[in-house]
Design a protein. Sequence first.
Length: 688
Amino acid sequence: MGCCSRARATGAWLLVLAIGTAGAQAPVAAPPAGDPLAGMDRTVLPGVDFYQYANGGWLQTAEIPPDRGSTGTGRELTELNDRRIADLIREVAASSAPAGSDERKVADFYDSFLDQARIEARGLTVLKPQFERIAAITDRAALARYLGSTLRADVDILNATRLYTDNVLGLWVAQDLDDPSRYAPFLLQGGLGMPDRDYYLVASPAMADIRSHYRAHIAAELKLAGIAEPDRQADLVYALELKIARSHLSRADTEDVKRGDNHWSRAQLKANAPGLDWNAFLAGAGLARQQQFVAWQPGALTGLAALVASEPLASWKAYLRYHAIEHNARCLPSALVDENFAFYGKTLQGTPQLRERWKRAVSFTSAALGDPVGKLYVARYFSPADKAAIEDLVRHLVAAFAVRIDQLAWMAPETKVEAKAKLAALKVGVGYPDQWRDYSGLQVVRGDAYGNQQRVELFEYRRELAKLGTAVDRSEWCMTAQMVNAVNLPAMNALNFPAAILQPPYFDATRPLAMNYGSVGAIIGHEISHSFDDQGALFDASGRLRNWWTPEDFAHFKASSEQLVGQFSAYRPFPDLAVNGRQTLSENIADVAGLGAAYSAYRSALGDASAPLLDGFNSDQQFFLSFAQSWRAKYRDQTLRQIIITDGHSPAQYRASTVRNLDAWYSAFDVQPGQALYLAPAERVRIW
Ligand SMILES: [Zn+2]
C-alpha cells in the first residue's frame, strides 16, 4: 500500500504519517528513554507558538535525509521499522525453517529477489510463456479471455484506497454497500501505464513533457525486451492507452460513493458494455458463475468494451506485450529495471536514485507476504501487555465519544440514536488481525523471483474470489501489522491500528498515561470521529450506504465547520500560499474531535489517581506537549508546497495547533488574550 503516502482520498480515512520502506542512510534510534519531553524550546511562550515550544530544540538539529522530502516523528518510526523488518527477514533467511513454512516462504521470496545474478542469467526467458499466449490470440473471444485472465484483486475503493491498476480492469471484493451481509465484486477501470487519466488528457506543458517521456520510455522498454519495430509498436500502445484514458472517470468522480454504487447483472453488463465477449472475459477471470457485479465507473466499462471491438488485434497485442513487460519489470534484468525507474522514479517523482536492491527486496517481501512478515514483527515488537494497554485506551476513547454524542447540541435526537448504535457496533482492531491469513496454498520457489511474483498475485486474487458467496468477515484487516499508519474502514464500520504505529513515540507503556492519550489516544480519537463526520454519515452501523443524518444535522455541521475553515486558511507558510481550510476540513475536524475525545478519555482513565509531574510539567501539560510532539516534522519547501496543494491533511505544524480549540489547553499553559494562538471562547471550534 505504498501508494497512499500522505494522501487522503474521500472515503478512506488514513491517518497517513509516512509510508514506504526505503531506509535512510543514517541509523535512526528510538527516542531516548527517560526523556520523553526532549526537544522543546522553552524560550518561546506556549500561547505564542506552541509547536515551536514543544519542538524547537528538535527542529534546530533535525536533518532531512538526502533521499527524502521530509522527516519527523512518523517518518523516523517508519525508517526504524523498515530496518527491524529487514533484520527479521534476514534472521529467518539464515535459519533452517522447514520447507513449506511461512518463514521459509518469506526467506525464499526475499532471497529470490536479491539473487540478481540469477535474474540476469534467466534474462527475458521468463516472459516467454506470456508472449506465447499473446501471440496465440487470433480473434476477439480469445482477446476477451486473455484480458479476463489478467484480472487481479489489486484495487480498493473505500478502505486502502487503491484506485489504479495497470490491467484493463481491477477487482475489489468487498461487502455489498446495499446489502452488508454479503460480498460483491466491484469492477474498476484500469489499463493505463501513467498514474491517472489527467496525464494523458491535461494540456499543460508539464504534462505534455511527461507524455513525450512516456512514449520514449515505452519504445525503450520494448527495445530492451527484443521486440521488433519498437517505435512503431510504442505508437500503437500509446494510442490505445490514450483511448482508454478518454473513457475513464476522473479521480474526484471515482471517489463519489453514490455515483459508483451501480449494481449490474451479467445481462446488464452485456447490454451496457457491448463489444467485449463478457462470457469469455469472465471465464478467463474465474468468474464464470458470477451473476451480479458493481460497475463503479460505468463509462469506463462501456469504453473498454467498445475498444476491444474496434481496435485492431495488432494494437491490442502490442499493448499486452508492453504491459506484460512493465507489470513485471521489478523481477526482470537490471536494464529493464533501470529503464522503468528512469520514467517512474525520475520523470514522474523526481527521485534521483533507485533504492538499493535489499531495500526493494524488503518492501516487496513485506507486501507480498504481509501476514507472515507481520507475525514475525508482532512477535518481536508488540507484546500482549501493549495490546491490552491500547485496548484499554480504545475503551476509554469510545466511552468518551458516547458522552460527547449525548452532549451535542446540534444533532437531532433520532440521529443520536443512530450514532450511538454505530459507535456500539464499531469494530476496533488493535495491533494485528484476530486471525492471520493462511498461506499454505502459496508456493514460493527459491530462485524464481518472477514466478513468485506471479504466484503471489494469483494467490491473492483467488483468496478474494473465494469470499464471494460467504458471510462478510468484519474482522478482516486492510493494513499489515508492520505499517506505520491507521485507518477507518467506512463500509466495515471498523478501524485498524497496526502494531507498527503503536510504538514509541506514539505509545510507550513506560511513560505517563497522559502522554499516551495525547499522541496515540488522539490518533485513535481521530479515526473514530471519521465514522461520525459528513462522510461517515453516509454509512450506517451495519455499513449499509444509507445516510442517517437529518438535513438539519448537515446544516449545523456545515455552519460550525466554517469556523474551522477560516482558522486553517489563515495559516500561511509562504507569502504566496496558505493552507486550504476547505480541502483539509474533514481531517481538521477529525483532529479537533480526536484531541477533545482523547482529553476526556485521559481524564476519566486517570480518575482520582494523582498524576506525577514530569520534568516540572503536570499531566495536562504532558498531554498537550505529547500531542504537539507527535506532529513533529520538517519539510523541504517543495514538499511542503506539494502537501498544501494536493493533500487532504494539513501540514504537521498546523495539526499541532489544534490545541487552540480546547479550553483545557488555555488553563494548562496560562494562555492569554493577545498571544498569537489565543482564540476567544466563542471562536474555539467545538463540533463534537
Ligand atoms: Zn483522517
